[in-house]
Write a protein that binds this ligand. Structure first.
Ligand SMILES: Nc1ncnc2c1ncn2[C@@H]1O[C@H](COP(=O)(O)OP(=O)(O)OP(=O)(O)O)[C@@H](O)[C@H]1O
Ligand SMILES: [Mg+2]
Length: 270
């Protein structure tokens, strides 16, 4: 085992990932040519799980950064810190990933300010370098390094978007909730419930997804279905599990809650 493979960033065990189409092949090809990749899709549809799976499959370390609007370029790149010996440079996650040849996954990238996001530009074009201006060093990215970004276009507003010059450095893969039979398989596997129970959970989710834009910002995600299934597997009655894990998290509107509760009672019986 080499030094990189033993870093804490290595995905040690195979993550469970159920392919939805040809996304594994597409990603492998993108990685082979070191094309930066953007993953778009609703919350809880499997984007992060997919990246973990691909990092495992490609045997690359994975460094994930959850982006937010307070994040600065220094949070990504690194900064000088003062310790008892004086000033020491500490690499940020992007620099570390570039040095060790990791997949650097910038989650919810539109949350970051545009002046922060531009620091990835020189790493995501032919240069594959990262200038550390404060330190006076130019890091040449390791040949295995790759940048992956993800975001949810549904939350996008005019003030939160990626510049064209950022977008056009990436190939894009669009994710959505799986087809019903596939989602049943995923929920049954992840929650440890019978396919019959998983199928009812998926039915409820599909009703909620039809209400997107009609009182709901987002439908019930696969992630929430897994939570509900796990509660049911613990012996919690389905109606309570679904109210807690599927309905109350996604809306505060009492009418919408009633509508979704009724769907639960239809599928699980009262
Ligand atoms: N194709 C899939 N194979 C296996 N598990 C899946 C798949 N899709 C979704 N899941 C399940 O759904 C859960 C949520 O997925 P994940 O965390 O990857 O969502 P996400 O798209 O990254 O959401 P967010 O945008 O909120 O970060 C996973 O923990 C997993 O249990
Ligand atoms: Mg995620």
């Amino acid at each position: 085992m080499n030094e990189i493979q033993s870093t804490p960033y290595r995905v040690a065990a195979q993550p469970y990932y159920r392919p939805l189409a040809n996304e594994v092949d597409l990603y492998e090809a993108a990685y082979a040519v070191r094309m930066p990749v953007m993953l778009k899709g609703p919350t809880g549809c499997g984007k992060s799980r997919f990246v973990e799976y691909m990092a495992w499959k490609l045997q690359r370390p994975l460094i994930t950064v959850a982006c937010n609007e307070d994040m600065t370029a220094a949070d990504l790149v690194g900064r000088f810190l003062i310790d008892i010996n004086g000033t020491v440079w500490r690499d940020g996650p992007l620099t570390l990933a570039a040095r060790i040849g990791a997949i650097c996954y910038l989650d919810e990238v539109v949350e970051a300010r545009q002046d922060t996001v531009v620091v990835i530009h020189s790493l995501t074009d032919h240069r594959r370098t990262l200038p550390l201006e404060k330190k006076g060093e130019v890091v040449e990215a390791h040949p295995d390094f790759q940048v992956v970004i993800s975001y949810n276009p549904g939350y996008q507003s005019l003030t939160k978007d990626l510049k064209p010059s950022t977008r056009q450095r990436f190939g894009a893969m669009v994710f959505d909730f799986p087809a019903a039979e596939t989602e049943v398989e995923i929920v049954a596997h992840e929650a440890g419930v019978e396919a019959q129970t998983a199928a009812k959970l998926v039915e409820v989710a599909q009703r909620s997804r039809n209400l997107r834009g009609h009182g709901l910002d987002e439908g019930i995600s696969t992630r929430l279905l897994v939570y509900a299934g796990r509660l049911i597997a613990m012996g919690i009655p389905a109606s309570d599990a679904c109210r807690m894990a599927l309905v109350r998290p996604i809306t505060d509107d009492p009418d919408m809650q009633d509508t979704l509760d009724a769907a639960i009672d239809t599928f699980f019986g009262v």
